[in-house]
Each structure stands twice: as C-alpha cells, then as structure tokens.
Design a protein. Structure first.
Ligand code: HEC
Ligand code: HEC
Length: 216
C-alpha cells in the first residue's frame, strides 16, 4: 500500500523514528472507522451542531491523543466522538495519532511561513487581547507545546463551534471543559469569536483532510 511504503521510507530516511512508523502503520488499519467523516473533504456534521468535521491529518500526534482522551473522559462532550473514543485503547489512540499526524501526502504539503498574512486591524486587536499566538504560535501552525492544537487552515465554522463550546463547559452535547480556553473565550462576544475563527481558518497551515488513498 502506498502510504505504508511512504511511512517506511520516512523512517529509513530518518524523518520518523522506526517505532513511530510502525505505530502509523498499525494506525492506518484502525483509521478506516474514521474515514467516513475525517476522510471526506469538507464533510458536514449535522448533529449536535452543523459545521464541517475538523481536519486531523497533519495535526500534532500528542494533541490528537489529548483530544481523544478528553472525549473518552467526558471533558469534551460530543455524542459520536465520545462513543468512538470510548471504544479506543491507549494503544489505539497512539497508533491513530501516529497515522494521522503523518498521512499528508507530499503533494498537499506546503512550507508554512513563520509570518502569516496580516489580520484585519480589528481582528489583530482581538488576537492581541487574547494573546492567542503566545500558545498557538505566530502563524497559528506552530503551537508552543505538542499537546496544543495547530489551528491555521482549520475549517472556520469548526473553530467557531469549538470556541463557543469552551464557553459552555457542561453542555451535554457539545460542552468543552478546559481551564485555559474556558478563561480565554469569556472575554469575547460571539461576533468577535467568529471574526477570529474566520481569520485563523483562512491561514495556510499543515492540517488537511486527506481522502482515503483509493479516492486520491
Ligand atoms: C461520524 C463522524 C465521525 C467519525 C466516524 C469520527 N469522527 Fe472524529 N470528529 C467528528 C466531529 C464532528 C468532531 C468535532 C467534535 C467537537 O465538536 O468536539 C470530531 C473531532 C475529532 C478530533 C478532535 C479534533 C480537534 O481539532 O480537536 C479528533 C482528534 C478526532 N475527531 C479523531 C477521530 C478518530 C481518530 C476517529 C476514528 C477512530 C474519528 N475521529 C471518527 C466526527 C467524526
Ligand atoms: C495559555 C495557552 C493558550 C492561549 C493563550 C490560547 N490557547 Fe487556544 N488552546 C490552548 C490549548 C491547551 C488548547 C487545547 C484545549 C483542549 O484540550 O480542548 C486550545 C484549543 C483551542 C481551540 C480548539 C482547537 C480544536 O482543534 O478543537 C481553538 C479554536 C483555540 N484554542 C483558539 C484560541 C484563540 C482564538 C485564542 C486567543 C483568543 C487562544 N486559543 C488562546 C491553549 C491556549
């Protein structure tokens, strides 16, 4: 299989530790249950809210594990993702994270500039108020910790839904209980969160939706 050969090549070329390449191979086999949503470009989720399913290919492996663990623990509410994460072992999560963090084909990868296209002045002021770049990186693509998400180029409607979810930590269908982001979003109106999401979603980034190889 194409991707298998690529992960092995990356390992041989020294880009990936061999153990990680092996995990990625195991993850590819498990990823079939994710593809119906995360493998269809711009696929729209309709329950519990309408927005595009997040891009997870090229996302940081440790963040993928952190997010899945939060769904499993119920710190992030979302009926489907909670059911799916609840069925995964720690090893499954590590394998899936190894796969999705490395499955972006070379043809889709671009070098992301350190300095992003400038934000409109009013959005720049909001981002400065939240000091968003101090954690997510100046270009929103290089977070300061591997457990923090890459945001650049994520679907804007998903980013907006995620930001609103941190403001309702206990909502049974979409609440997100996270101390850092919960404190962040409190200082903004919804229209401001939407403006921030629109800008970040427009930026070039590492994250993509990669269709299953047979559709490429
Ligand atoms: C039925 C559709 C569906 C399936 C199948 C599915 N997901 Fe998801 N996934 C979603 C949606 C919708 C979200 C956004 C949930 C939210 O708002 O928190 C999501 C969120 C995520 C996130 C968090 C992304 C972020 O940026 O925080 C990760 C990681 C993830 N899914 C991984 C997986 C993996 C791995 C599988 C397969 C084992 C999988 N998903 C299967 C629909 C799906
Ligand atoms: C102190 C560090 C820090 C700051 C400052 C910060 N974030 Fe975050 N952000 C995080 C962490 C950590 C997470 C992951 C939380 C989780 O696990 O749900 C996160 C998650 C997010 C998510 C969800 C991404 C996804 O894929 O689901 C969005 C959107 C986001 N941040 C946007 C922002 C914006 C916009 C600002 C500024 C207003 C900001 N962040 C400021 C640390 C930070």
């Amino acid at each position: 299989m194409m991707t298998k050969a690529i992960t092995l090549l990356l390992a041989l070329a020294g880009f990936l530790p061999l153990a990680q390449a092996q995990d990625a191979q195991a993850g590819q086999a498990k990823a079939s249950m994710c593809m119906g949503c995360h493998g269809i470009p711009r696929y729209q989720a309709s329950f519990p809210q309408v927005y595009k399913v997040p891009k997870i290919s090229g996302q940081g492996a440790q963040y993928i594990v952190a997010a899945l663990t939060e769904y499993r623990k119920g710190e992030r509410h979302h009926p489907t993702m909670q059911a799916i994460a609840g069925s995964l072992s720690d090893k499954d999560m590590a394998d899936l994270a190894a796969y999705f963090s490395t499955d972006v084909p070379a043809s889709m990868r671009k070098v992301v500039a350190e300095t992003p296209p400038a934000a409109p002045a009013e959005v720049a002021a909001l981002i400065a108020r939240g000091a968003c770049t101090s954690c997510h990186g100046v270009n929103f693509d290089k977070p300061i910790a591997p457990t923090y998400p890459k945001l650049a180029g994520q679907h804007a409607d998903y980013l907006f839904a995620a930001l609103r979810a941190y403001a309702s930590p206990d909502h049974a269908l979409f609440g997100r209980n996270n101390a850092i982001m919960g404190a962040q979003v409190k200082q903004f109106k919804e229209s401001e969160l939407k403006a921030i999401a629109t800008y970040i979603g427009s930026l070039p980034g590492d994250i993509h939706t990669v269709p299953e190889s047979r559709f490429r």
